[in-house]
Write a protein that binds this ligand. Structure first.
Ligand SMILES: O=P(O)(O)OC[C@H]1O[C@@H](O)[C@H](O)[C@@H](O)[C@@H]1O
Length: 308
């Protein structure tokens, strides 16, 4: 080889241990993996921009069903699927032809950017627009929109942010929700705090309205509640050990859905193991109790930070 002779100390290539320790993003054909040099990781599928793993403090923090389809054939059962532009199934509304929870969780997103700003965090942005939707989905919801979903991994948190833009010539409206399946050691030994005094719609009771009486919501049967306009921080606590497992902080997301299917999990085809409901609790931050209006050219941004 012609050229200057390099002595080993001239080489700019990092030593192997430095490569392993550096924070970085690894892009594969169907997913992005984020690594922090301190050991935390996250894994996000392009399908749905679904976060399927978040490891922090040496433990997996998200529940992912062992029967979840990860091949893009159906929405992922577990992790953090994104709900947009409709929560549940609507009727008499422009979203009423869309399937339950909309199309964001079943569309393939594009990677927009990855940047390691420091050793303390790493971020990846995904984008979704009409050009990423199937012809059928476009027919079901023909509006022009742009979404940017930003996932940031820090040493102690997983931060997610959704930017929504109306890029069309007519107004439309939407729901959005971060459908987070938190992993818990034993769901019967945790409590959700921060909901006392909040009005909720109880889907297990046919949508009846009630007010949360307790500062410690415990789970001993099926729970499916939409807490409306939750004022502050919600936490998941281990009541046996007396320690906070997760702190959920929201920005511009009024509502919190708490869901555990309990033994109904047995009837959910892609839920496994059958008793896996004991190790999960969905605490879902969203804007779902009323439609978010989007005038032509307007932006909306909402986000959630889950800390351990
Ligand atoms: O089975 P899916 O479409 O992923 O929905 C799971 C659950 O998602 C929750 O957000 C809803 O409140 C529940 O009613 C629903 O059962």
């Amino acid at each position: 080889m012609v050229g200057r002779h390099h002595k080993p100390e001239d080489l700019t290539v990092p030593h192997v241990h430095e490569i392993v320790r550096a924070s970085h993003a690894k892009i594969e054909h169907d997913r992005v993996k984020l690594f922090l040099c301190s050991g935390e990781t996250a894994e996000i599928l392009l399908y749905g921009a679904t976060i399927i793993s978040w490891k922090a403090g040496g433990e997996e923090r998200l529940f992912l069903s062992e029967k979840a389809a990860l091949d893009g054939s159906k929405a992922v059962r577990g992790g953090v699927p994104l709900v947009f532009p409709v929560f549940g199934k609507s009727s008499n509304h422009p979203t009423d032809k869309l399937p339950q929870h909309g199309f964001a969780r079943t569309s393939r997103w594009e990677i927009l950017d990855t940047a390691t700003e420091s050793e303390e965090f790493i971020n990846v942005d995904f984008g979704l627009g009409p050009e990423n939707l199937t012809v059928d989905t476009r027919k079901q919801w023909p509006f022009d929109f742009g979404l940017i979903y930003s996932v940031t991994l820090t040493k102690t948190s997983l931060q997610t942010k959704l930017l929504v833009r109306n890029e069309g010539q007519e107004p439309w409206e939407f729901n959005a929700l971060f459908h987070t399946y938190l992993r818990v050691p034993d769901v019967t030994k945790v409590a959700v705090t921060g909901l006392k005094g909040v009005t909720y719609r109880d889907k297990v009771q046919g949508g009846a309205e009630a007010t949360e009486e307790s500062d410690k919501l415990t789970i001993a049967s099926e729970v499916d509640r939409v807490y409306v306009k939750v004022p502050g921080t919600v936490k998941v606590e281990d009541i046996e050990v007396g320690k906070t497992l997760y702190t959920v902080e929201r920005s511009n997301l009024d509502d919190v859905v708490v869901w555990n299917p309990w033994e109904k999990a047995k009837t959910i085809a892609d839920f496994g193991p059958e008793d896996g409901y004991k190790n999960m609790l969905c605490v879902e931050a969203g804007s779902v109790s009323s439609w978010q209006p989007m005038e032509v050219g307007s932006f909306w941004e909402g986000g959630v930070t889950i800390s351990i």
